[in-house]
Ligand binder design. Sequence first.
Ligand SMILES: Nc1nc(=O)c2c([nH]1)NC[C@@H]1CN(c3ccc(C(=O)N[C@@H](CCC(=O)O)C(=O)O)cc3)CN21
Ligand SMILES: CC(C)C(=O)C(=O)O
Ligand SMILES: [Mg+2]
Length: 264
Amino acid sequence: MSRVTVSRLRKMKQEGEKIVSLTAYDASFAWLIEDAGVEVILVGDSLGMVIQGRDSTIPVTLDDMVYHTRAVSHGTRESLLIADMPFASYGSSGQALASAARLMQEGGAQMVKLEVTGEMTEIVHFLAQRGVPVCAHLGLLPQTVHKLGGYKIQGRGEAGEALVRDARAMEAAGADLIVVELIPVEVAKRLSESVSIPVIGIGAGVDCDGQVLVLYDMLGITPGKRPRFSRDFLAEAGSVPAALRLYVESVKKGRFPGPEHRIA
Ligand SMILES: Nc1nc(=O)c2c([nH]1)NC[C@@H]1CN(c3ccc(C(=O)N[C@@H](CCC(=O)O)C(=O)O)cc3)CN21
Ligand SMILES: CC(C)C(=O)C(=O)O
Ligand SMILES: [Mg+2]
């Protein structure tokens, strides 16, 4: 099989086939994840927490992201590889393009992900016009944790409507994919129905076009407390390859997330 493309993901959305995604930070896990049938691999800046042991994603540098993206890229042939743009690496359009270029040229990423609000369509448009595939991350934006005062649910009440508008604006600006994090299930459903690009959710209910989790959460090896929206597939399945296969099957059949993973 050849590389998963943006048009393939769009077709999956149109046909109602769930898109499966997981984070990875090294080549060995990337290979296992791809072998299990995961379409999209994300080198998340969550590596600051699960790999580096920091208490937020803010200390993660562009060099860190390039290093892990390159490692993951050497373990994948078929999955679409997305790299997170780290904190303060996309403060202007020019800086964003330079950062994306490193993740794509040195790291081997096929797409970059930016934590955005509706105010940031200009940067997304600038990247898209220059051939950079963009994933717009909406909802809970972990890179703003010190402004938010914690990892709290976003998009309640009026803010839900704003999120749907932001998603439309991101599509119009040229984004190819959306990730929504920790927002009410009904908002995620409406948002997914409001755009024709695929929407992948985390802590956002089962009605998104696909799901993503942090690898170490779904393997139950994250120290301390795991987010409530996650599930320990390794405990259920008994081995890493079986856990990955169970996750893929559960997402494909709409069995994950279930009502017990609902935040709001
Ligand atoms: N291991 C790990 N998993 C993640 O999903 C993750 C990271 N790290 N690091 C970056 C961000 C931070 N994320 C987080 C972290 C904590 C919660 C959390 O504690 N959520 C509460 C609900 C909060 C609320 O009710 O408003 C929970 O109980 O799950 C959620 C997302 C998601 N991302
Ligand atoms: C949780 C996902 C969406 C992410 O951004 C990360 O792993 O950094
Ligand atoms: Mg991230």
